[in-house]
Write a protein that binds this ligand. Structure first.
Ligand SMILES: NC(=O)c1ccc[n+]([C@@H]2O[C@H](COP(=O)([O-])OP(=O)(O)OC[C@H]3O[C@@H](n4cnc5c(N)ncnc54)[C@H](O)[C@@H]3O)[C@@H](O)[C@H]2O)c1
Length: 374
């Protein structure tokens, strides 16, 4: 495990739930934090330089849970060391970096995953299987948002605000990439062109002088000492897009929407029927009809489409949420390592590259105020 913050812990907990995986080493820049985390999980090896982990020939795979700018060098080094790699999203901070990683993983024949885990909510899989079975008909419109509020105030801070750690885009890369990955996964269509408008409401933010953990800024004391920092990354973005041949869509990503925590909502309108899902009520799926009453179905593996059932481990009435999506990804990733002939059923670096292409198009479109092909 490389990185010991929010995702480091979430990944460790999820790996505990995958029967045939042992986590043997933790690498963290803040070695005391890494030691504490490793101790809690009974992991003996803790290092402050991730390259030491890569030298260990008994290790098959690494998870990269560090800020975005570190994804490319760490993933490249891990692939060159012959490790299978599961990297957090976004895969890199540029198309060129992402392309190089895709090529390297393919040349070395190594399993590679980008953690677009949100695909694996059972009801998201239900939407996908409904589309595959033709229940939606031809898809006309895809729309939605990913809205949060944790960076609403000018005193809110995280490494994501800083382009040097997060890359040139923030809201669109951090949460917009999850939305587009889900939209493409569920519809089976690719975004072909887009028009983006980005906004940085706070070109200067007040950074607390003490360290602030991801999502923990709200708990900081009001009398913290601050320093003023210029910000180039966007707080909000709106994107019009075209998918496939005929499908049209619109989405927004925001980290300044008071009251919205992790509100990823997606609505898909087809010639036969519609579906609408919201991450904050993950076990429910709204199905819209033109000529018969609409439905809200609740997750119950016995009643899901066959393909979606494999993503629901608990009986109906027992909710399955965010944590469970990681377990679903990791289980499939490690099975594909243990059984080299098995098929790949998780997002790969090629999918991470797709998201980088979309992000690059958003940068160009916003800069030039025009439509850009992806
Ligand atoms: N899939 C998801 O749902 C999801 C959710 C949140 C974050 N993420 C992604 O996970 C990644 C990490 O985000 P986070 O929220 O956990 O951040 P975080 O700040 O909580 O943790 C980052 C960790 O990386 C460590 N680190 C930084 N540079 C390092 C280095 N050179 N060597 C070793 N450790 C280093 C930091 O010390 C810290 O422990 C980001 O890329 C983010 O986009 C994904």
């Amino acid at each position: 495990m490389i990185g010991t913050g929010f995702m480091g812990r979430v990944h460790l907990e999820a790996l505990r739930r995958v029967e045939f995986v042992d986590v043997v080493a933790v690498a963290g820049r803040q070695v005391e934090a890494a030691k504490k985390l490793a101790e809690g999980f009974g992991i003996d090896t803790v290092v402050d330089d991730y390259r030491l982990v890569l030298q260990d020939t008994t290790i098959d795979a690494v998870h990269i849970c560090t800020p975005n700018v570190a994804h490319y060098p760490m993933t490249r080094d891990a692939l060159l060391a012959g490790k299978h790699v599961l990297c957090e999203k976004p895969l890199a901070i540029s198309v060129d970096e992402a392309q190089e990683l895709v090529t390297l993983a393919s040349e070395r024949n190594l399993r590679n995953c980008v953690c677009h885990n949100l695909r694996y909510y059972p009801m998201v899989q239900q939407m996908r299987r409904m589309r595959e079975d033709g229940d939606l008909g031809q898809i006309l419109v895809v729309q939605g948002t990913y809205s949060q509020d944790w960076l609403l105030y000018e005193t809110d801070w995280n490494w994501r605000v800083d382009a040097a750690a997060s890359g040139p885009l923030r809201a669109m890369a951090d949460i917009g990439s999850h939305w587009f990955d889900m939209a493409e996964h569920v519809t089976g269509l690719h975004v072909r062109s887009l028009c983006a408008d980005l906004q940085t409401y706070y070109p200067v933010r007040k950074r607390p002088k003490q360290n602030v953990e991801t999502f923990a800024g709200k708990l900081s004391s009001a009398d913290s000492d601050f320093e003023e920092i210029s910000v180039s990354t966007e707080d909000f973005g709106a994107v019009l897009f075209r998918m496939g041949d005929k499908t049209r869509g619109a989405m927004t990503a925001s980290q300044v929407s008071a009251g919205r925590k992790n509100c990823l909502s997606i609505e898909i309108y087809g010639t036969e029927s519609s579906v609408s899902w919201n991450q904050e009520r993950p076990d429910e799926l709204w199905i819209g009809h033109r000529d018969t009453p609409n439905q809200i179905i609740v997750k119950d593996p016995a009643l899901l489409k066959t393909g979606a059932r494999a993503y629901a481990d608990l009986p109906g009435g027992h909710s399955e949420g965010y944590d469970d999506t990681f377990k679903q990804v990791f289980r499939r990733f490690y099975r594909s390592i243990a059984e080299p002939q098995s098929s790949v059923e998780y997002p790969q670096m090629i999918d991470g590259l797709r998201q980088m292409n979309i992000l690059q198009a958003e940068i160009e479109s916003h800069r030039n105020r025009n439509w850009v092909d992806v």
